[in-house]
Design a protein around this ligand. Sequence first.
Ligand SMILES: C[S@@+](CC[C@H](N)C(=O)[O-])C[C@H]1O[C@@H](n2cnc3c(N)ncnc32)[C@H](O)[C@@H]1O
Length: 277
Amino acid sequence: MLGNFSSRNPLFAQWNPARPLATAITGKLRLGTFRERLEVGAFERPYYAYCVYHSADLAKKLGYREISMAEYGVAGGNGLVLLEQYAEEVSKEIGIGIQVYGFDTGAGLPAPVDYRDLPYHWKPGFFAMDEARLRERLKNAKLVIGDIRETAETFFDQYEPAPLAAVMHDFDFYSSTEVALTMLEVDEKYRLPRIYCYFDDIIGDEVELYNDFTGERLAIAEFNERNKTKKFSPAYHLITRDVPQQWYHQIYTLHDFEHRHYNAFVSENNQQLPLES
Ligand SMILES: C[S@@+](CC[C@H](N)C(=O)[O-])C[C@H]1O[C@@H](n2cnc3c(N)ncnc32)[C@H](O)[C@@H]1O
């Protein structure tokens, strides 16, 4: 019964009380393909897994041989370890090289610049990293340690990364995310025409009260305002799914309409709608 890892399998149907257990086992034992596990939600961080898989799939269709993925805001490293693991699996399944980068001060949150960094919710020093311990755990992912205001200046020259395909934004602050987003305005040789992005801090609760005028949401709005041919868009295909998930609202795709590969055909080749009798 577990052999069919699809949402059409009754074991993984929403109404089935055995679903959480079946999903947990599927995830733990990594049963089926990465794509199949994505379909039944068998990942600790389905939003990371989703971005990794679909950005690699797009890159492959566009003919890229190697791409990069980044996490902005690493803290202890739980997210980066998963990102590295997902990238390794997807790299094999899709047949494309994937580099992984993690950006962090190493010392936790810097001082907030002003109200836009939500000092009512964040304090300097939150989320400090045990760098030596994390480096021991990582296999291939590269840690870029330092304030993003400095590392953003040298990253592309220093690392010559493969084109960015997916980015996990978890810097918490407006001021840090604003800089991270300017890195997506770099020369197109470092970027895919469409980039999958996850934003961790745009929903929250009654304490955070994330809104369009502070934090990560403001950074997104300002990016869209200043760029006439590059735009972040919500993932409408996710937020309209029958069974809603909060993270669907945290996925955005960045479109660069002038990228030389933006118009390359990546859809189904054989599409006809003959008149029915
Ligand atoms: C919430 S934590 C990240 C959590 C991590 N993504 C995870 O899933 O476990 C936010 C991190 O952003 C980093 N950060 C915030 N502003 C930064 C900046 N200007 N430069 C570098 N790192 C920054 C902090 O050091 C902190 O570790």
